[in-house]
Write a protein that binds this ligand. Sequence first.
Ligand SMILES: [Zn+2]
Length: 282
Amino acid sequence: MPELPEVETMRLQLKKYLVGHKITSVEVKNRKTFQGDETKILDVKILDTRRFGKVSVIDLANGRSILTHVKLTGQYIYRGPNLKNPSKLSNKVVGGVPGPHTLVVFNLDRGGKLYYNDVRRFGWIRIEKTEDVEREKFIVKLGPEPFKDLTLEIFKSILSKSGRPIKIVLMDQEKMGGVGNIYANDALWLAAISPQQPANNLQPEEQKKLYEAILTVLKAGLKYGGASELAFVTPDGAEGEYQNHTLVYGHEGEPCERCHKGLIKKFFLGGRGTYLCPVCQV
Ligand SMILES: [Zn+2]
């Protein structure tokens, strides 16, 4: 599932391409995906984009907002005058745009189009009043987030309150936002901490190392435009690159790049693929 770097990359590109456009009409091909009254978002300027955890928000000049959670396979693809040289569409956009998996089309002024594709159809788009956005239950419940309000002190206090495996705590979006499976794996490897270690067992030095490792891997994710592992593509139609730069994620059977002794092992923890070096992550 897209994580902080992917959703943030998407938000930044949506901002770049959409701000200043107006939506002239909306073609809704799947009512379960698109919730709300599309007539409320027509013929007003798009002002800005925001992000709350994995939800991106497009704010309009009339006090309405478009919230989107792309879940596993949702994709926004922009085509129009603000994208001068569109790259070749990634083959992760199954069927192209518009195509059999295009569930919503936002027609924009000046010939622009914003397509929403979703093969698995778990994602959703919702129209709301802008003033209601931050009162949404899932936003109120979001834990503090790296680069925003997750300080080292808050991080330490979150870890000290849980005896569950550290990797599960990192990925619990109500404890802290933004760190999903890929980045949790890489951060734990970088900090040389076992994913199975109970969170409240970490020593102050390890807590600090892990906090810094989280910031490092998320920064790398942002730098590479996110990871296009499953279906993630950026709104310009290209792919993120972080999957080619992971530290431990996806490296099963390869020698550990730090100790050169261990072979990376894969197992499942809380149902998610977990990678570790059995020599230096103990
Ligand atoms: Zn190692």
